[in-house]
Design a protein around this ligand. Sequence first.
Ligand code: ZN
Length: 72
Amino acid sequence: MSGHFFAGSYDGDAANLPPDARLECRICWHVYDPAEGDPVAQVPPGTPFSALPAHWTCPNCDADPSGFLVIA
Ligand SMILES: [Zn+2]
């Protein structure tokens, strides 16, 4: 951990995330920003992390969503 951000695991409970929460992959540091969506997975802008498709994984390293950390 480099300490340049505040991050915490949401323990896979995406329902507790605010809709505008950004999350960072703990493997490759790819950031999912709901304002941008995910063009790789054809997720439209405005999609909260909790509303991502069940098959969604990190577009950069294929990590499971449970491996993402909330950026405060
Ligand atoms: Zn990743």
